[in-house]
Design a protein. Structure first.
Length: 473
């Protein structure tokens, strides 16, 4: 019998995808019964993925027709053919806000899906914007009073309420590293969360194998930090994971193994078709090439570059991914692979930055840019420039930098290393770095797709955590 999973603050479903993809002796171990997410676009993605899982494997080519041509009429035709599977998907992925006011409805929803299951897993991570280091740095103009009243500080209490009420065997909670130093009303939020989780009847464990408390009984915050690049994820993503085991069970988990080979940017994106970016105003190939060549020349690079023919679309034909956990031979392409449009100055900057990285083996700082390409900020020439690496090139032979929701705002931190393409990463490229398989389609406008990818837990890492949880059962 499969072990039920309830996913709170599910986002587009990275944790759930990892747990559902874990197998033992060729059998699926975990089944996501309910994913709760308040964002309508992320919920639409969750529902589509639940539908994907429900459809018989041999019938997936029917659904892939929608992935290739994401049109409402095509989707309606598929839903009509697989009505039972679609109704089940709607029951699994629910758009719902977790809040004090909605607790009764939340509990009812979970009870309905769990029925009388005694052994199950709760996963999820409360929204992290209130804890993120970058978010706090950008909040300097807000009053402390406004910061203290941010309700996102206490959203973990909704997670806590479910633990207290239902007492699952095991839980996995994820959050940004910034939570370790965040304070609220004079105390460290992370220590308060740990105390509350412990009082709810759980032993808290790190996944790193380090003890969670010191000899004096204080929580060792850094022990809970998992570095994704050490576990086969092609990204330097450092996140806090708490694994809780109900105290009466009296069992302890093993640590995540560190024997996975490091995967770099180039391996993760192997086979992804090259694209040219577009100009946001009056786009033309000749104007775009002129801007690109100007940036390349300023970096001292070669201007003999081949211009990609396409700027991409919601589905692009492509070869199967080199990494087996990403590929799907039946899909014959990749969804969500469309380049952004950029102003001419940013085309020049991206081409300069990619050429600079190709020559020097590192991403340029703002000070390395020629004056004509520097952003027009008053303090741009100061010795201590805030966000001096605001134009950041991903290096081919290293894991990428952390994919965050900021990628939805602009592409400056996520410049493609190929000067010929002079662009930021597409949604699919970001999803590859997050280890979402190519047949995982993200719904909604492109900005919302980026946001979903940036907020997600890498499914490959979640799958490895699922293996640790399975050993407990």
């Amino acid at each position: 019998m499969q072990i039920p999973v309830i996913d709170l603050f599910a986002g587009p479903g990275g944790l759930g995808e990892g747990f559902e993809s874990f197998c033992h002796l060729n059998k699926q171990i975990f089944k996501v019964l309910l994913s709760i997410e308040k964002d309508p676009f992320a919920c639409k993605t969750l529902r589509l993925r639940a539908f994907h899982r429900n459809i018989p494997h041999e019938s997936l080519p029917d659904l892939y027709e929608y992935y290739r041509r994401p049109e409402d009429e095509i989707f309606k035709k598929i839903v009509k053919k697989y009505q039972h599977e679609w109704e089940a998907a709607k029951k699994t992925a629910r758009q719902h806000e977790l809040s004090v006011e909605n607790r009764k409805a939340t509990r009812s929803m979970i009870s309905e899906r769990l029925k009388n299951a005694q052994k199950w897993v709760l996963v999820g991570g409360p929204p992290c914007q209130a804890y993120s280091l970058v978010g706090r740095a950008r909040r300097t103009n807000e009053t402390r009073k406004k910061f203290e009243s941010d309700h996102r500080h206490t959203l973990y209490e909704e997670y806590l309420d479910i633990l207290k009420h239902f007492q699952p065997s095991v839980f996995v909670m994820e959050n940004v590293k910034g939570i370790l130093s965040a304070t609220h009303k004079g105390s460290l939020i992370f220590h308060r969360i740990c105390e509350d989780l412990s009082k709810a009847g759980y032993e808290l464990h790190s996944l790193t194998g380090q003890p969670s408390r010191d000899l004096a009984g204080s929580w060792i915050s850094d022990a809970f930090v998992v570095r994704a690049e050490q576990h086969g994820v092609p990204q330097t993503r450092h996140r806090v994971f708490i694994l809780g085991v109900r105290k009466d069970l009296g069992i302890s988990p093993k640590a995540l193994a560190l024997n996975d080979p490091t995967i770099d940017f180039a391996e993760a994106l192997a086979g992804v078709p090259a694209l040219r970016s577009r100009l946001s105003k009056n786009d033309s190939v000749s104007k775009w090439e002129k801007a690109r060549e100007h940036g390349v020349k300023l970096a001292g690079g070669s201007c003999k570059l081949k211009t990609p023919q396409s700027s991409g679309s919601e589905f692009v034909e492509a070869k199967r991914a080199a990494l087996s956990f990403l590929g799907d031979k039946n899909l014959e392409g990749i969804p969500n692979h469309q380049s952004r449009s950029h102003i001419e100055e940013d085309i020049e900057r991206y081409a300069f930055a990619a050429s600079f990285a190709k020559i020097h083996g590192r991403s340029p700082k703002v000070g390395n840019f020629p004056d004509k390409l520097k952003p027009e900020h008053k303090n741009i020439n100061d010795e201590e420039v805030p966000f001096s690496d605001r134009f950041k090139v991903q290096l081919k032979k290293r894991p990428s930098s952390t994919i965050t929701s900021h990628i939805s705002k602009d592409g400056h931190y996520y410049i493609h290393p190929d000067p010929a393409q002079a662009r930021s990463l597409t949604v699919r490229e970001a999803a590859r770095l997050q280890t979402f398989p190519d047949n995982y389609r993200f719904e909604g406008p492109r900005t919302e797709q980026y946001k979903q990818v940036g907020n997600a837990v890498p499914p490959l890492l979640a799958k490895k955590i699922a293996g640790i949880v399975f050993q407990l059962f």
